[in-house]
Design a protein around this ligand. Structure first.
Ligand code: NAP
Length: 258
């Protein structure tokens, strides 16, 4: 039986949709106080409202993870509203596709800026509050794409997601003595608003490539994040957990035949 996370203060970036919404709802149901963060305030507030309607405590907050001042304002809002920051789920990310030869410098910078620099800015902003308590949990949403696999159109995305793990390993060492752990969840293909933009053909191809023959749910990822946030995971840091229904396992197409 896991110890309760009731009352813990949690920030979820990219909490208004998809995986981040799933994480926010899961922590809200676990009795945490959740700051739901996205650029669009109304959609962040709507998820906070869902948590409130289910009996939890949550607030929406508008902030862009690529802007340092907005990340600092986010951390200040959590401290002011919830008394501190126990858990940061650095989840906001974008995955626009562009193949090499067509991909522009601006597209590359946007993906690295949101997915990788955004982690740095969110973590940096939350550190003073976590250090003050000598306790904290940082959970990054990375991906199998980059750290383990590749996919055409996502060279910039894969680089950003692999970069998150490089960032994580050094951050885990630097923050260990402050009682702060840093870990990452690596989702496979998860049914989200963002993924649906890829189209029905993409979704069908991915389902066929997963040994479990289905996409993952946002709850699958949220449960992994909840584990890293638990007291029972206190001695785990700098680690990554693949949650993908077995997608990275087959050595050959024949391994997927019945
Ligand atoms: P999604 O459905 O598109 O949702 C993205 C969320 O991030 C939204 O809340 C969005 O809200 C927010 N966001 C985007 N840019 C932001 C910024 N600059 N500042 C603050 N918030 C921002 O995406 P998802 O599929 O749930 O993906 C979430 C994370 O999981 C990403 O890091 C992604 O790389 C990772 N992931 C997803 C999958 C998958 O299959 N879906 C697989 C592997 C990894 P606003 O637009 O209002 O800001």
């Amino acid at each position: 039986m896991f110890a309760s996370l009731e009352g813990r203060s949690v920030i979820v970036t990219g909490g208004s949709k998809g995986i981040g919404r799933g994480i926010a709802l899961r922590f809200g149901l676990a009795g945490c106080q959740v700051l739901v963060v996205a650029r669009n305030f109304k959609s962040a507030e709507a998820v906070a409202g869902e948590i409130g309607a289910a009996g939890g405590t949550a607030l929406g907050f508008a902030a862009d993870v690529t802007r340092q001042a907005e990340m600092q304002a986010m951390a200040e809002a959590a401290v002011e509203s919830f008394g501190g920051i126990d858990i940061l789920c650095a989840n906001a990310g974008i995955f626009p596709a562009a193949k090499l030869g067509v991909m522009t410098e601006a597209e590359f910078d946007a993906v690295i800026g949101t997915n990788l620099k955004g982690n740095f800015l969110a973590v940096s902003a939350c550190l003073p509050a976590m250090r003050a308590r000598k306790n904290g949990r940082i959970i990054l949403t990375s991906s199998i794409t980059g750290p383990v696999t590749g996919y055409p159109g996502w060279a910039h995305y894969g680089a950003s997601k692999a970069g998150q793990l490089g960032f994580m390993r050094t951050a885990a060492i630097e923050l260990a003595r402050d009682g702060i752990t840093v870990n990452a969840v690596l989702p496979g293909n998860i049914a989200t608003e963002g993924l649906s933009v890829m189209g029905a053909d993409y979704v069908q191809q991915m389902e066929a490539a997963v040994p479990m023959r289905r996409l993952g749910s946002v709850a699958d990822i949220a449960n992994a994040a909840l584990f890293f946030a638990s007291d029972e995971a206190a001695y785990i840091t700098g680690q990554s957990l693949v949650v993908d229904g077995g997608q990275i396992l087959p050595e050959a197409l024949s391994a997927m035949q019945d």
